[in-house]
Design a protein around this ligand. Structure first.
Ligand code: HEC
Ligand code: HEC
Ligand code: HEC
Ligand code: HEC
Ligand code: HEC
Length: 175
């Protein structure tokens, strides 16, 4: 560093700072996740009402483990394989994925950072909370959620914990 002129030093530092700034901006853009567009305009309503399914038919692990899980293509193809069941162009798209055995890259709308521990089993099976309490009336949705119904913020977690006399000790949620 000794041989650097002040100008070069300044440039290096400014460059590093700009680099950090870009990283921060990209990070914020990727985590604020306000508008998510899914590969297929999936309708929860069609499956709850017309197909008569339940939440756990697709989110199979929600009662027994920390994550709810997003169904794989195999789940869809038990009903959608060759003949369309509707007039929908979205179903035509789905049948293409099934034919090519191509993964549907659903994006996550609800997500906690790695330093936070959250368990569906604890909240649904143990505390008896309905999905609605945190996700809204999903069974009526005709298209994928574009943003979080109950924003996953520390304050929102803590508020419900206060109302239910659940511990808000830092180590309850941060492990
Ligand atoms: C036929 C399968 C199926 C059934 C039944 C189903 N879901 Fe889904 N669910 C999906 C698929 C596919 C996605 C991803 C696309 C989307 O966001 O709509 C999803 C996404 C979600 C999400 C958003 C997850 C995220 O982070 O993006 C929530 C919350 C959800 N479902 C809750 C429910 C609830 C509550 C029920 C019952 C009322 C239910 N689901 C029934 C297939 C299903
Ligand atoms: C138990 C059978 C069953 C499973 C499993 C199933 N579907 Fe369906 N799906 C149906 C039926 C029945 C309809 C027709 C509903 C209607 O006519 O409104 C339908 C309709 C659709 C449509 C068009 C309807 C609309 O309003 O957009 C799409 C898209 C679709 N399904 C996607 C999926 C995806 C994606 C999965 C897997 C995550 C899936 N389905 C799993 C039975 C099923
Ligand atoms: C107390 C609030 C709460 C309740 C009640 C709740 N969820 Fe969630 N859900 C969350 C949070 C927080 C996340 C993000 C979890 C993560 O990143 O690990 C999430 C994520 C999800 C996801 C995204 C995929 C995944 O594997 O995490 C789905 C699907 C989902 N929930 C479905 C459901 C269903 C179905 C029910 C009801 C049976 C339900 N949730 C009840 C808070 C809740
Ligand atoms: C709608 C209300 C509600 C919301 C929102 C909620 N919780 Fe909870 N949580 C509860 C209840 C009620 C319990 C007690 C469950 C039981 O009986 O064991 C609990 C228990 C817990 C526990 C276990 C506590 C212990 O003492 O071991 C953890 C960890 C936890 N929640 C994390 C979270 C996180 C992280 C969030 C936000 C992403 C969150 N919760 C949002 C209601 C909620
Ligand atoms: C009920 C669950 C819960 C409890 C209790 C809790 N937190 Fe959090 N905390 C969260 C969640 C969820 C996030 C992620 C929020 C987000 O991404 O907006 C978070 C994020 C954070 C962050 C990162 C902030 C950021 O902007 O990224 C820090 C630091 C933090 N918590 C510290 C604490 C401390 C210190 C305590 C104890 C006084 C505590 N937390 C108690 C759930 C909790």
């Amino acid at each position: 560093m000794k041989s650097m002129t002040p100008f070069v030093k300044w440039t290096v530092r400014a460059g590093a700072a700009a680099g950090i700034l870009i990283v921060v901006v990209v990070y914020l853009a990727s985590t604020s996740g306000d508008i998510v567009t899914q590969p297929i305009r999936y309708s929860h309503k069609a499956h709850m009402e017309t197909a008569g399914m339940t939440c756990t038919d697709c989110h199979a692990s929600v009662l027994t483990s920390s994550s709810a899980s997003i169904p794989s293509l195999e789940v869809c193809s038990t009903c959608h394989s060759d003949q369309p069941l509707s007039q929908s162009a979205e179903e035509v798209k789905l049948l293409e994925f099934v034919k090519k055995e191509e993964l549907i890259l659903w994006q996550r709308v609800y997500h906690v950072p790695d330093h936070v521990y959250f368990s569906h089993r604890r909240h649904v099976t143990k505390a008896g909370l309905e999905c609605k309490a945190c996700h809204g009336d999903v069974s009526g949705f005709t298209e994928p959620v574009a943003s979080q119904f109950l924003p996953i913020t520390m304050e929102n977690c803590m508020q419900c914990h206060r109302e239910n006399n659940v511990s808000n000790d830092c180590l309850t949620c941060h492990r």
